[in-house]
Design a protein around this ligand. Structure first.
Ligand code: ATP
Ligand code: MP5
Length: 267
């Protein structure tokens, strides 16, 4: 069994963060593990509070996993402070996992901040040189590239700017635009446009976390970057399409649509 580790924040309502990552790892046939960076009191409508785990405890969790278990791939989610980014990067440099997918989480679907301001420069200095793939959404790609993304054409430009910062592969996600759900994948081989139909649904809580974790699992399985991202993109589209209501706001996606029907009966 391949083993994937998520280093991310906890979403008590189960739709995003570590909880989404573990579900996506399992649904994509890998064993999931978690290092919790922050305990977020949040639900489908809002963030009530953010309690960051002390850096030493994050380091110890990473040590506990790596001293005992071979990690096939790592996914990075919410790294809320420059100090945490720096400490996680140092640990990754120590243990050198071969695959690192980084979702540079800054803001929740509800619009609430999940990261201190001013973390982009630390991410750029410490994480960009070591990540295999960076997966910013539109606001994150704007913050990193400094480019205002007015439409699809600017997504590709932003991806190229971020590649020029030394990132090996970049996926700029277009969930926040209108029209088809279009993402741009920039690899050393070129730019690939990945378009799926936009599902008319408010159930998008955790889409970014789920997509990046599915990509991580696919890369752990040995897929090349384009195949891993394409398969994960199809997975997230279907997971949104087959989602159900949880709470009063943006419900999560259905990670296990392939395994259970909406009454929980095994397919
Ligand atoms: N309504 C939708 N229908 C189909 N695909 C979607 C929809 N919304 C988002 N996606 C897709 O989901 C993935 C995540 O994209 P998005 O831009 O929403 O990331 P994110 O902002 O990090 O996630 P979130 O909105 O959960 O914070 C992308 O592949 C995007 O194209
Ligand atoms: C703990 C935590 N991490 C990340 C997100 C963003 O998730 P997404 O961008 O996938 O909605 C979130 N809402 N909560």
């Amino acid at each position: 069994m391949l083993k994937c580790l998520s280093v991310a924040g906890s979403d008590c309502s189960g739709g995003a963060g570590i909880q989404a990552d573990l579900k996506a790892f399992s649904a994509n046939e890998t064993f999931g593990m978690s290092v919790i960076t922050s305990v977020v009191a949040e639900n489908t409508t809002r963030v009530l509070s953010v309690f960051n785990v002390p850096v030493e405890e994050i380091q110890k969790q990473i040590d506990a996993v790596f001293e005992d278990i071979h990690v096939d791939a790592v996914k990075l989610g919410m790294l809320p402070t420059a100090e945490i980014i720096s400490a996680v990067a140092d640990k990754l440099n120590e243990y050198k996992p071969s695959i690192i997918v980084c979702d540079p989480v800054m803001v929740a679907t509800s619009g609430d901040a999940l990261s201190e301001g001013g973390t982009v420069s630390t991410m750029r200095e410490k994480l960009f040189p070591i990540v295999t793939l960076l997966t910013p959404n539109i606001p994150e790609a704007e913050a990193i590239s400094g480019l205002e993304i007015k439409n699809e054409n600017y997504m590709e430009k932003a991806a190229r700017i971020i590649m020029d910062m030394g990132v090996k592969n970049v996926l700029v996600k277009g969930g926040h635009l209108t029209g088809d759900a279009v993402d741009y994948l920039c690899t050393p081989e070129g730019v690939h446009k990945l378009a799926c139909k936009r599902v008319d649904s408010p159930n998008t809580h955790g889409t970014g976390c789920t997509l990046s974790s599915a990509i991580t699992a696919n890369l752990a399985h040995g897929m090349d970057m384009l195949s891993a991202v394409t398969k994960a993109k199809n997975y997230i589209t279907e997971a949104i399409e087959k989602s159900f209501t949880v709470g009063k706001g943006h419900s999560p996606v259905n990670h296990f649509y392939d395994y259970y029907d909406l009454k929980g009966t095994v397919l």
